[in-house]
Design a protein around this ligand. Sequence first.
Ligand code: PGA
Length: 254
Amino acid sequence: MTVWIGTSWKMNKTLAEATDWAQGLAEALSGRQLDQVQPFVIPPATAIAAVAQALSEEPRVLVGAQNAHWEPAGAWTGEVSVPQVADAGARIVEIGHSERREHFAETDETVRAKVAATLAHGLIPLLCIGEPGAVKDAGGSTRFVLDQAHRALEGLEEEQLGRVLIAYEPIWAIGEHGRPATVAELEEPFTALGAAYGHQVQGLLYGGSVNLDNAAELLGIAHVAGLFVGRTAWQLEGYLRLLEIAADHSTRPR
Ligand code: PGA
């Protein structure tokens, strides 16, 4: 089973910092087996091309964009399109992260349009879903994320769905103010997502306060095919440790 280990840097890193991280990763991976681990990195738009360039000798690492518009070109000041991020070297487009839904008016409709545009241009959509704390407290997590996924993916053909990655990232577990989710809290939503999408999509990932202490147990949850990581992976050492944890997991007999 492929284990995806990805990081989004959010609005962090200068070009020099981004290049250093990516060059360091290329050096660390050079001549090494990745077992069944699939690494990916999602820099801010300003650094996609530099990171792709720094990783040109290490094409096993996929580079992504944190967002892209649904139209290929046009009068959309401040936006970048899927063909533009592809041109810069991106092969994945992150779509619908909760920070974009909350602060940048991302709706189910725009998320859906972006998933479709990403597929149309041959890139991998990384669809982010996740419920707010109040929904969790009311016992509605599983229904909420199933509905979110359904609204983003409804109507896709089997082949298209087969290229999609889904990252389940509960909002209450993300970032500095988040609290790490326990395995017990994640089992039910992943069972439901696994039943609905496990065999249809390219992978179901978990994200939200992943760290070096909880990564192995999170990878052990049924239907989890990878981790999508913020803070722990922004320093290269943290990311490399996560790759090792994933390699151990992927080669463990089950
Ligand atoms: P975090 O971020 O790992 O820093 O909690 C996760 C995310 O927002 O994807």
